[in-house]
Write a protein that binds this ligand. Structure first.
Ligand SMILES: Cc1cc2nc3c(=O)[nH]c(=O)nc-3n(C[C@H](O)[C@H](O)[C@H](O)COP(=O)(O)O)c2cc1C
Length: 152
């Protein structure tokens, strides 16, 4: 999908009809790796893709998603949190460009079992993903939905 069209068609999808293929997962993870992060410190982040049903069952508020990708950070300061959001946005846009359903998820963070996190890393954001029957067509979004001040 063209980028601008995708930006208007993307949406939070919370109902999933099946698991991603391994190829789809790799494409999404590659998009996450293409994200910019503050100071270019990529070593300060980890992506953890969870598809193990036993682990997913222990997590709450993830809408029975068959895949959850966790963005973990070494030091959750402002720059790191912003970077994690951008990484997650890349993941989300890539998923929906592939016609998959995806949604950002903060609510389930506290229920992520600690054993899935690398030592020294904290889960700061996550994404729920799965197949969807939801169509993606550009939405009519008011240009002033976010009130804007133009200074020139
Ligand atoms: C930082 C952030 C955290 C979010 N956390 C959750 C969440 O925990 N659960 C959820 O269902 N949606 C979550 N969302 C999705 C938003 O509710 C959703 O993106 C917003 O309502 C706009 O809808 P849209 O994505 O369809 O445009 C989150 C979005 C962002 C950006």
């Amino acid at each position: 999908m063209e980028t601008l069209k995708l930006l208007h068609a993307r949406q939070a999808v919370r109902q999933y009809t099946g698991q991603l293929t391994d190829e789809q997962l790799q494409t999404i993870l590659a998009a996450g790796n293409a994200a910019p992060v503050g100071m270019g410190n990529y070593a300060d982040y980890r992506l953890i893709a969870i598809q193990d049903p036993q682990i997913l069952q222990q997590m709450s508020q993830i809408y029975a998603a068959p895949t959850v990708i966790v963005v973990a950070a070494r030091q959750p300061d402002t720059m790191t949190l912003l970077s994690a959001g951008i990484i997650a946005h890349n993941l989300e846009l890539a998923a929906e460009d592939l016609g998959l359903g995806a949604n950002y998820n903060l609510a389930g963070l506290a229920s992520i079992p600690h054993k899935v996190l690398p030592a020294g890393f904290t889960a700061v954001f996550s994404l729920t993903l799965g197949q969807t029957t939801q169509p993606f067509t550009p939405r009519q979004i008011p240009a002033d939905r976010i009130k804007t001040k133009l200074i020139k």
